[in-house]
Design a protein around this ligand. Structure first.
Ligand code: F6R
Length: 600
């Protein structure tokens, strides 16, 4: 998602800004830009696509001497990823960069246009700079004008603003999007995460929500409302390596923990006024679509399978699921009223890419649900929904899965709004809004998983069992475990155990039972009791206490299956992690696996 860097000082402003953006590149973006204020003049550059395009555009720009600069990587939310929509956005004499969403921008924009402002982009951000200039004309005082601007905007933001008439000064504001200030001798730095600051300064001030202020070469002044406040700086990590893991032992662990945040990125700008917006779908794209075919590999296939339950139950649209490597060589009947959806974290998986090409060849409409913009799969598909998980470094996929399921859930609501009726639609939106909180890892639950993982190191195998939506989750739990623990694990529909696999049951067979309270609890209970009767070692994950199990992991009592799904997902991811840690395995780079599978 979007990233921000800022700098005031006598050093190499262009290098600080571009290096800072490079550090934020892993978050994903579709355009980038910077603006430098020097000698009463602002020079601004923007480029679509990779950072190298901005580097090339600024090749002959050589500022030297004292300067203030702001820079940004943008992941499009309001308006397409074009150069005009890239940040910084400008008014008559000031420039702004912004992460987040200004929710009342439409009203502000209308009002400002009536007052004579000239907007050139489709972004919400541009309203900030025109609003500031409007207040400045009234107030004649820049600090007061910026303060009034912050008061007038609603939503989530981290903002940096520079004004040609105020040399060496940057205004800032923060609410709901991260922003920190670093200080070194004779220089001030801003960034939306630690990474750009490390190596440049030793400490940073982490701004609180609702604060605003300004910095120049001498001082920072921070306000909460009209009250001046001071925040104590905190030490920054010494090296980039530890910064990237942000104190976690493994990237996978960090990625499990950050799901609560990245799912918010997936949702950003996609639900407004209680309705799902997927602006990235071209006008009329879903017209004539009568069935869906979801196609993917590995974890992405599990997301597809989970989504197929959502599409059929909620959107009432016939949905098939395909493993890409199988689909490629079958002779499927492909009809023109079917939408083909390729799901991929990397966007480069060879089988999924080839499956997509096959669907195109059959003249199907195609859609990519993908984490990497400009990847081969995104480029090949007719349209794309980006999952916005940010770079996933752990080879075992976690946050990519969570965001894929969410993107597909949103699509189900978009497709099935009419079929599901107003009450169901409202209930679904309401549930989606509660997912980020359900994904927050609780330390006591993590600790419980760490402790009970001791029992599950040496058996002759694992079965993860579930029904309905929780069957794909069982598949995913088994895949996570085998990838990083190298123990044999299978995901199975709980009702199928007695058709064969139950022959394996004994005390060395570990069964992980997913028993949601909202769905088929009694059916699951019967299946689990059949296993207990055969002495299988049993771990139950459920909101309802289950004393007959060897271990019980609680989740909260919920009123929607997908919220239980997400909470259980965290539990199975952490279980795999803790078992692998106890076995001494390389969690982030398990043997024989690559992050992106670009060969057949
Ligand atoms: C499992 C995992 C893999 C990928 C699969 C597809 O943790 O990461 O199973 O899900 O290789 O990759 P993408 O989603 O990049 O197409």
């Amino acid at each position: 998602m979007c990233g921000i860097v800022g700098y005031i000082g006598g050093g190499n402003v262009k290098k600080v800004l571009l290096d800072g953006l490079k550090e934020l590149e892993y978050r994903g973006y579709d355009s980038a830009g910077l603006a430098v204020l020097q000698g009463g003049r602002i020079s601004s550059f923007k480029a679509v696509g990779k950072l190298v395009n901005l580097v090339n555009k600024t090749a002959s720009f050589e500022p030297n001497g004292f300067a203030a600069g702001i820079a940004h990587t943008r992941w499009a939310t309001h308006g397409k990823p074009t150069e005009i929509n890239a940040h910084p956005h400008q008014g008559e004499h000031s420039f702004v960069v912004h992460n987040g969403i200004i929710e009342n921008y439409a009203a502000l924009k209308d009002d400002l246009i009536k007052k004579g402002a000239r907007f050139i982009s489709q972004t919400d951000t541009e309203a900030i700079v025109h609003l500031y200039e409007f207040f400045l004309r009234k107030e004649k005082d820049a600090k007061a004008a910026f303060g009034r601007t912050v008061e007038a905007i609603e939503g989530a933001y981290a903002i940096l603003l520079i004004d040609e008439n105020l040399p060496n000064m940057i205004f800032f504001a923060k609410k709901g999007s991260p922003l920190q200030i670093g200080r070194a001798q004779d220089a001030t730095f801003f960034a939306s995460s630690d990474a750009p600051l490390i190596g440049l300064c030793e400490e940073a001030i982490y701004l609180n929500d609702g604060c605003w202020g300004w910095a120049n070469e001498e001082e920072n002044r921070i306000f909460e409302g009209a009250v001046a406040v001071e925040y104590a700086p905190k030490p920054l990590p010494a090296t980039q390596n530890s910064a990237q893991k942000e104190g976690f032992r493994f990237f996978m662990e960090k990625e499990i923990y950050e799901q609560t945040r990245v799912i918010g990125d997936t949702l950003m700008g996609r639900i407004e006024n209680d309705a799902v917006l997927l602006d990235e779908l071209p006008e009329g794209f879903l017209e004539g679509v009568e069935t869906l075919r979801l196609c993917a590999c590995g974890t992405s296939y599990h997301a597809a399978l989970a989504a197929s339950y959502i599409f059929e139950r909620t959107a009432k649209i016939e949905t098939r699921c395909e493993i890409a490597s199988e689909f490629r060589y079958r002779d499927p009947v492909l009809k023109s009223n079917e939408l083909f959806i390729a799901i991929s974290q990397s966007g480069e998986t060879a089988d999924t890419l080839e499956a997509l090409k096959k669907a195109k060849l059959a003249r199907q409409k195609t859609l990519a649900v993908c984490n990497v913009d400009n990847s081969s799969i995104v480029r090949e598909a007719d349209a794309a929904i980006l999952t916005r998980a940010g770079i996933e470094k752990g080879v075992a996929s976690t946050k990519a899965f969570a965001t894929q399921v969410m993107a597909l859930w949103l699509l189900a609501l978009r497709i099935g709004k009419a079929a599901m009726g107003a009450d169901v639609y409202k209930r679904e939106i309401n549930a989606i809004r509660r997912v980020p909180a359900a994904l927050a890892v609780r330390s006591e639950r993590h600790e419980q998983i760490r402790r009970l993982s001791r029992r599950y190191l040496h058996g002759h195998g694992f079965f993860f069992i579930g029904r309905d939506l929780f069957y794909p989750l069982a598949l995913e739990g088994a895949l996570k475990l085998k990838e990083i623990s190298y123990l044999h694990a299978e995901g199975y529909p709980a009702g199928e155990m007695k058709h064969g696999p139950i022959a394996l049951a004994d005390d060395k067979l570990f069964t992980i039972a997913l028993m949601p309270g909202t769905m088929l609890y009694d059916k699951m209970r019967s299946n689990v009791e059949e296993l207990i009767a055969r002495d299988s070692t049993l771990l139950v994950i459920s909101p309802r206490r289950f004393d007959a199990a060897d271990d019980f992991l609680p989740i909260d009592e919920r009123d929607h299956p997908l919220i239980e799904f997400y909470e259980m997902m965290i539990a199975i991811q952490l279980l795999a992690l803790e078992i692998a840690v106890r076995l001494g395995n390389d969690v982030d780079m398990p043997r024989n696996l690559a992050k992106s599978v670009t060969v057949e």
